[in-house]
Design a binder for this molecule. Sequence first.
Ligand SMILES: Cc1ncc(COP(=O)(O)O)c(C=O)c1O
Length: 389
Amino acid sequence: MGIHTLAIHAGEAPDPTTGALVPPLHLANTFFLGSAEDGAAIFAGEKDGFVYSRWGNPTVALLEKRIAALEHAPAALATASGMAAISTAILNIVRAGDHVIAAQAIYPSTYHLFANELRALGIETTFVDATDPQNIARAIVPNTKLIYLESPGNPILALCDLRAIATIARDAKIISITDNTFATPINQQPLDFGIDVVVHSATKYFGGHGDAVGGVIVGSREFIKQCANEPLRFFGGILSPFNAYLILRGIQTLPLRMERHNANARAIAQFLQTHRAVEWVAYPGLPSHPQYALAQKQMRGFGGMVCFELKGGINSGARLMNAVKLCSLAVSLGDTRTLIVHPASTTHSVVTRAERIAQGVSDGLVRLSVGLEDVEDIIADLERGLEKK
Ligand SMILES: Cc1ncc(COP(=O)(O)O)c(C=O)c1O
């Protein structure tokens, strides 16, 4: 079935007791086990059944089936946030003494997780410029257990060649994970290129309305079962059924919304490229993007995220944030409304300038999460802001 149909129907069945077509929101913490024999069979794994919501919940399970279908995956596992998905998937693979290779240009909290939290647990990470797959091949050492990617990467929209890196990983018997939050399965399905595991912040495009934090891990049945039975169950970062319900609701319009995010972002990237206050624009759908050919090969659409560098350095970024009216100065992405952020004066103001520049966050860099408003209105707001700046 097509992607629009799957987004609305995958995994669903009318409620057997009421016939309700909208999936019910199951808030129960615990479930009746039936007889002692049934209970024993469920605990022994011989019979399917819900036991306790930290181990599995019907509303959350429907969300997992829906996302697995969209990602062309055998199974999925929902988590409390994108970071819970990332940490659960990683902790299902690595132990003290293991080595990880990670792309350098990734979401700052993921970078921190590798550089600080996992390091403290005895897991070393080598960060590489993953735009060249050979940098990954060269960084492999005998105890490398994981290759971690993000494509397009946050915030500067660098791409990883998913097929080439998946091949390197498989040849070396190393598990590969990619964060597909920016692309969504509407624009890119990494498992089709041989990547083993996909992670998402469902807080972003899946939910789509800025009102539910969540995450998801996607992969083989064995991998997902192990994540569910070990790190997720015992570290406890499960998704609330209420947020699963909201994210399921959002996913029904994901393909439709992504068409509009893609179209609006492309038009805005083209507008910015011609503006005299703008030094350069990064958008994978623009021929000027250094990896435009790769984008054409592995993406169907190029997403709603646009980055640009303002002439005039750090102060010009701060001035633009104060000059726009329709675009909201806020972190996060993937909402219906357009969000704008100047990392150097906000998200990255806590790190040194040198560290920030090493992560690709230059002084005048602005990140836009292009929303679903009329594109003429977003452009008019930016144009006004760029004139005032
Ligand atoms: C690419 C990417 N991955 C993961 C996350 C973390 O997601 P969450 O905030 O849901 O934990 C974010 C958050 O911005 C992100 O941009």
